[in-house]
Structure formats: C-alpha cells, structure tokens
Design a protein around this ligand. Structure first.
Ligand code: ADP
Ligand code: MG
Length: 343
C-alpha cells in the first residue's frame, strides 16, 4: 500500500494528556477494525498536531495484525480528484465500487469536502455500504464534525455514530518526550537545557517543534559547532515568533477571569462557588500546560495553595473534559487564546 507510510507508528506517537483518548481509541481500532463502537473514528485537531500520523499508525497496525485486510488511506483532496476523473468518464459506479471493497478506509482532512457536493454523495454511498458491512472508517478533520461547514448534514450525523476524539497541543512534558524520542530515533544528543528550551518555547504544534530541531541540527553542522543554548536561542529567533513572548501565570489568570467574567480577587479567594472553582481549576491546568512553573509555584499564585491542590485541579479538568462537552469546549477555546497570546 503506497499511501501508508511505515514510519508512522503508535510506538513513536508519544502519549500525553493532549492525545490520550484519541491514541487509545486508535489502538483499539487497529486491533479490532470494524468491531468496536468507534466506527467511524473521527480524529480532529489543529495543524501539525498528529492527525495524519495517528490515522496512519492505525492503518499500519491493521496491516501488521490483520494481514488479510485491505487498508486504504487517501486524502480527501485525492478522493475528490479521483471522483471527478471518474465522473468525467461516466465511471462513478466503478469509483464507488472500488472503495466499497476495502476493509479499512482512512480519509484524511475531510474538511476539504466542503467544496465538493457530488463527491459527498459518492462518499455517502461508500460510507453506508462499508458501515453496514462492518468495515472500519477513520476520518480526520481540522475541526470537530459539528463545525464542518459545507458538509452535508446526513454525513455529519453519521460521523457522530462513532467516536470523535481530538488532538490538542501537547503540554511541556510531552513536548520534551517527543523531542527525546525524535533524537533517540536519529541517534542524536544535545544538552538538557537545550531540549527544555525548545520544548518550552515551541508550544504551537509538533510539526514546528520538529522543524526547530531540524534547523538547529542544520545550523550546528553548518557552523561545525556543538549545540548549546546560545545557538538554540539564535536559531529560534529566526524560526518562530512563538518564542518571543513568555506566558506567565498572571497572564493566564487574567484571560480566564475575562473569559468567565470572574474578578481576579474571586479567582484567588477560597470561595466554593462552582463556577469560580472551575475557573480556578482551568487556570491551574492551563498554567501547567503553558508555563514551566512548578506545581508548587502555580499553587502559590492561587493564594498559597499547595501542589496537591494543583494536581487535583488538573486531574479534575481532564476528567471533566472527557465527560462534559460544553466544559471541554470552554477549555479548548481558552487554550487557543493562550496560544495566540504567546505568538
Ligand atoms: P497533522 O496531520 O495534524 O497536521 P501530522 O500528523 O502531520 O499532523 O504531524 C506533524 C508531525 O508531528 C509529524 O512529523 C508527526 O510525526 C509529529 N507528531 C505529532 N504528534 C506526535 C506525537 N504525539 N508523538 C510524536 N510525534 C508526533
Ligand atoms: Mg495531516
């Protein structure tokens, strides 16, 4: 299968809070394609957060574990182009028939279906046939299905039959692990402080993190010098604007206050009102994800709470995000605001 790239595996897809649900669902689908309730599995998230990697890892796992199954990976653009070619040649039925023969269909970036009404009709027929025959569908999208504009409602309602799982920006520790994994794979080493510097400053997406690592390596061999913090700083200055601003706990506190219309004092006081407790927990969660402050320091910024309170808050936020979609959307929206502020 030329479309599946064997380098995309679960093994090198680092697990973190940002991707745990999607990654685990993906593993299940790879083990039992078509036989879990995750059908379709919709993986969504912003650019460079690992949608293609994860979708391909599932495909590769199916091929590894079920040698007889036919896996087809295709981008929605390619699907649309193929459809249009067949349509011009009056061969739409052949097109649909071809797709109906696969066991696992992976369509990447379905947001591009928005400008292709007829292709959506074909996809609808394919989807129905595959789903009814117990075949697996895996879709990726840059936004949650409900926000996909220009995609037919009958398709969107089918996307909701299975599981939609998102990929978020990995937190600082996960970013460190991703860098460590890449370096290990390539047999590279660099000082701890440089790894931390990169992970801390590149908090937009994984693709940029990799890009920064590559530029740094290229620069060091061009200059024939060791990678050190000084070189990392110089490379990063030309590389991303995200490195320019440091996000502080205070900035995050202010953003959350504004978002929930809560006063700064209330956020820090020991009130037990539910809205305020939640706002406070979200703030701690974001502070942990977007700053490199210790749990202790974060706690101190909330009227001297201790680190166990911070741990508990982060866990509560994660749990609620899994079960309460309104809550989850608020956190994701805030997360985006913090990211923007860091640029
Ligand atoms: P998307 O399709 O969402 O734009 P990609 O799947 O192309 O993103 O991922 C961008 C890059 O980041 C790829 O090189 C991918 O291997 C890497 N990547 C993303 N998430 C992870 C992760 N959790 N662990 C390791 N590498 C990752
Ligand atoms: Mg992609």
């Amino acid at each position: 299968d030329p479309q599946l790239n064997p380098i995309y595996t679960f093994e090198n897809f680092v697990e973190g809070d940002s991707n745990r649900v999607a990654r685990r669902a993906g593993k299940t689908v790879g083990e039992k394609p078509g036989a879990s309730s995750f059908n379709p599995l919709v993986i969504y998230g912003g650019v460079g957060l690992g949608k293609t990697h994860l979708a391909q890892a599932i495909g590769n796992d199916v091929k590894r574990l079920h040698a007889n199954k036919v896996v087809l990976y295709v981008s929605s653009e390619k699907f649309i182009n193929q459809f249009q070619d067949h349509s011009r040649n009056n061969a739409i039925n052949d097109f649909i028939h071809f797709y109906q023969l696969v066991d696992v269909l992976i369509i990447d970036d379905v947001q591009f279906f928005n400008r292709a009404e007829k292709s959506q009709d074909a996809f609808f027929a394919i989807f129905n046939h595959l789903h009814q025959s117990g075949k697996q569908l895996i879709l990726t999208s840059d936004k949650p299905p409900k926000d996909l504009e220009g995609v037919q409602e009958r398709l969107l309602s089918r996307f909701r039959w299975g599981l939609s799982a998102d990929l978020q920006v990995p937190d600082y520790e996960t970013r460190i692990e991703i860098l460590d994994r890449k370096m290990k794979n390539d047999g590279l080493e660099m000082p701890r402080e440089v790894v931390k510097y990169l992970a801390y400053n590149i908090n937009s997406n994984v693709r940029e993190l990799e890009g920064a690592l590559i530029s740094l390596l290229a620069q060091s061999s061009l200059n024939k010098r060791e990678i050190d913090l000084d070189l990392a700083k110089r490379v990063l200055r030309n590389f991303v604007k995200t490195s320019s601003k440091e996000i502080t706990i205070e900035t995050i506190q202010k953003m959350v206050c504004e978002y929930f219309d809560v006063s700064y004092d209330k956020l820090l006081q020991k009130t037990r009102k539910r809205e305020i407790v939640q706002a406070r927990q979200i703030t701690m969660y974001l502070a942990k994800a977007f700053t490199k402050n210790s749990l202790k320091t974060i706690g101190e910024h909330f009227g001297g709470r201790d680190h166990t309170t911070v741990i508990h808050s982060c866990q509560t936020v994660k749990d609620l995000m899994d079960t309460d979609s309104t809550f989850r959307e608020s956190v994701m929206e805030l997360q985006q605001k913090v990211q923007l502020a860091a640029m």
